[in-house]
Write a protein that binds this ligand. Sequence first.
Ligand code: SAM
Length: 300
Amino acid sequence: MGTNEPITADGDMPKKKFYRSRAHCNPLSFNETFNYPTRPDFMDWTEEYYPNHPSLNKKEGDSKDTGGTISFSQLSNAMNVHPDVLDVGCGFGGLTMALSTALPNNTILGLEIRAKVTEYVRLRIVAQRKEHPGQYHNCSVMRTNAMKYLPNFFSKGSLEKIFFCFPDPHFKRKNWPRRIISERLLSEYVYLLKPSVGRLYCITDVKDLHDWHVDKCSMHPMLQELSNEEMEEDPCVALMKSETEEGKKVIREGKFGHVMYYKVYKRVELSEVDSAAASATAKVTVENFFQEGQFGVEVA
Ligand code: SAM
């Protein structure tokens, strides 16, 4: 095999050992350029990510550009295809794949910053589509830095679910600004979630990180914690534990004990928010926005 040939051909199942890369990267100083649209509606998701999306109602193997011209209804169906479920930091894609079959009426997108890992997931999806004709066309993976470009890709209120499964813990205090759940980014996630419908999921095996998630999410006025009963009724909760590669590792090895900590939050309507109470309890205000300690940033 020549050195420029891919390790795995499209349609073959990739081997994980060829796609491992450095465990962590710094999402704040990651300077490689990523492509992103200036506005979400400039994105045609069917071109690269969902060429045979179920809503396009096409036969297996047809692709948009093989039939010459495309009809107005095909074009409008294509423009209506956009992800509504995100698996942020999807790693090797176990949950992304599982959500594809568990939520057949949704469009799932795994987001991953590491190039080799993203390529592994892409090949995994292509191989599964080949092995199970008609399946996995509603899921895909995209390489991006989810801390930077989400509003370029997704419009306001367009997402039903956002998963943060076993995010990098960034233990040291000076690295807390690298955490993917933060005051600032939560407002971005809330902006993207559909009011009343949208859910934000977080799970980790690191107790301190879980406490951080709960602290940040519970003080956000537009998020409401689900009760334990509501959580257990949601089939995605079981999938976060059983289908993520990290969840499987916790069950297998239990580096920090075999416990997984998780919570689910609902994106509430603006009308449901008691604004007086919200501003009374808000930790981040216009007055203290740049003060020492906010966002884990120490002022020199
Ligand atoms: N969610 C998967 C699971 O549970 O098996 C993988 C968890 S792994 C510990 C965290 C993943 O998030 C890594 O694959 C990492 O490359 C990815 N990641 C970290 N920061 C990211 C960012 N800013 N945007 C997209 N992916 C990110």
